[in-house]
Design a protein around this ligand. Structure first.
Ligand code: PHE
Ligand code: NA
Length: 442
């Protein structure tokens, strides 16, 4: 297998980056956040966060990977020798995220099976998932399947593995979400659902917390600060466009999240289920809401296939964020690195999935998952993004990045980019780190 391989096509790279960005968060967090944070009015802070804080960091990461042709830690090292450790910190943090993220993808796989017969029918909303499912061995089976599948994708390499997988996953999740939207908006009561979702409450915009949440959410949803985008961009052919790609990735990601609400809200409201988010939405509320639909098993299966594919395309990007750097640093063969990284990830995931059936840490089968999610996604991720913006904005000299990016891109960025990265991003991140209400996937 060729080492130092590249993406086969530009569209292959863009699809893989979109596949990474669109994940569980787009499906189970964003629509609820809109509903809960001022309805349609929330789109204002959200797009503000996207443009002034999200896209600049995305461009920075794509620019770093594209210019150096190196994955996260070595790309950073090439620019600032002493800062390599920030890259490794991102690698490690992404690894921890993937250990529990893959467990959730494993649940989704099992729920595709449950959907065929609507296995939860007649049970109580949370009981089926929290007690029956999480305390069984099925989550263990699910996550083993996920890692076996990932092993084959990752081993096949960038072009034959990641690119091909995303060429299936990404178009498929768009088709499925469109089918679910069509189902949602043709329901009786669809209007009521959409009113729930989108009726703007502009008064909410005076609430600082809503702005903080928007800024906090943007990094997780764009898959930055875990070394993914730097790594993915390092596999681009030399002198590939950066800014156009960044805008396409960001808009596709946010457009997808927006669309999901058009499916979920009408179905929840018509099914008489209180809107909620996170694990509770995907594995408790929605399965119940599907019950009342004609052909409920078809729609439920579609939903869990969507969750599985959106999750897998993000999970493989997270795995590559360790595989690429470790292989590069230790000059290992890809196949060997894949085996080591996946073996360690699998062990981590198994401990998390075994918590329920073995009763490891008391009654709550999700305690480990919750701790990891809070520490790595809610706290550490924004701190890394903050560090990245500070060292590149102030120490390295952001204008050098901008000059490179402009030299290869159709769209050239003005000096606004420098100010956003040097000033707006650190302030927004610093503020949200301090107020501790930054993003989480659930
Ligand atoms: N962006 C993905 C989501 O919204 C999650 C993710 C975050 C994936 C970070 C990889 C890295 O769910
Ligand atoms: Na994804």
């Amino acid at each position: 297998m060729a080492e130092n391989e590249k993406w086969g096509t530009r569209i292959g790279f863009v699809l893989a980056a979109i596949g990474s960005a669109i994940g569980l968060g787009n499906i189970w967090r964003f629509p609820y956040q809109v509903y809960n944070s001022g309805g349609g009015a929330f789109l204002i802070p959200y797009f503000a966060a996207l443009i002034i804080a999200g896209i600049p960091v995305l461009i920075l990461e794509l620019g770093l990977g594209g210019e150096t042709g190196k994955t996260t830690p070595l790309a950073i090292r090439e620019k600032l020798r002493e800062s390599e450790f920030i890259g490794w910190w991102a690698v490690l943090n992404g690894w921890l995220v993937n250990m529990y993220y893959a467990v959730i993808v494993g649940w989704s796989v099992v729920f595709v099976g449950f959907s065929l017969t609507l296995a939860w029918q007649g049970t109580e909303l949370s009981n089926f998932f929290m007690n029956n499912f999480l305390n069984s061995w099925l989550p263990v089976v699910g996550v083993i399947l996920v890692w076996i599948l990932q092993y084959f994708i990752m081993k096949a390499g960038i072009k034959e593995g990641l690119e091909k997988a995303n060429k299936i996953f990404v178009p498929a999740i768009w088709v499925i979400v469109i089918l679910l939207v069509l189902r949602g908006i043709t329901l009786d009561g669809a209007i009521q659902g959409l009113n729930y979702y989108l009726t703007p409450d502009f008064g909410a915009l005076t609430n600082a917390e809503i702005w903080i949440n928007a800024f906090g959410q943007i990094y997780f949803t764009l898959s930055v600060a875990l070394g993914i985008m730097i790594t993915y961009a390092s596999y681009l052919p030399e002198k590939s466009d950066i800014t156009n790609n960044a805008f396409i990735i960001a808009l596709a990601n946010c457009g997808f999240a927006f669309l999901v609400g058009f499916a979920i809200f009408p179905i929840m409201v018509a099914g008489g289920i209180e809107p909620t988010s996170g694990i509770g939405l995907a594995f408790m509320a929605l399965p119940k809401a599907f019950e009342f639909l004609p052909f409920s098993n078809v729609f439920a299966s579609l939903f869990f296939v969507l969750l599985t594919m959106a999750g897998l395309s993000s999970s493989i990007s997270l795995a590559e964020a360790q595989i690429g750097p470790i292989r590069e640093k230790l000059t290992l063969k890809r196949s060997k690195t894949v085996s080591y990284v996946i073996a360690i990830s699998l062990i981590g995931s198994l401990i998390i999935a075994l918590e329920g059936p073995l009763g490891l840490f008391g009654d709550n089968p999700l305690s480990l998952l919750t701790i990891l999610d809070t520490s790595s996604a809610t706290y550490t991720l924004p701190i890394i993004a903050f560090g990245e913006a500070l060292i590149f904005g102030w120490v390295y000299g952001i204008d050098k990045i901008r000059t490179y990016v402009n030299s290869v891109s159709d769209y050239t960025m003005g000096t606004w980019f420098n100010y956003f990265l040097k000033i707006v991003v650190p302030i927004a991140l610093g503020y949200s780190i301090l107020s501790k209400t930054v993003t989480r996937p659930g």
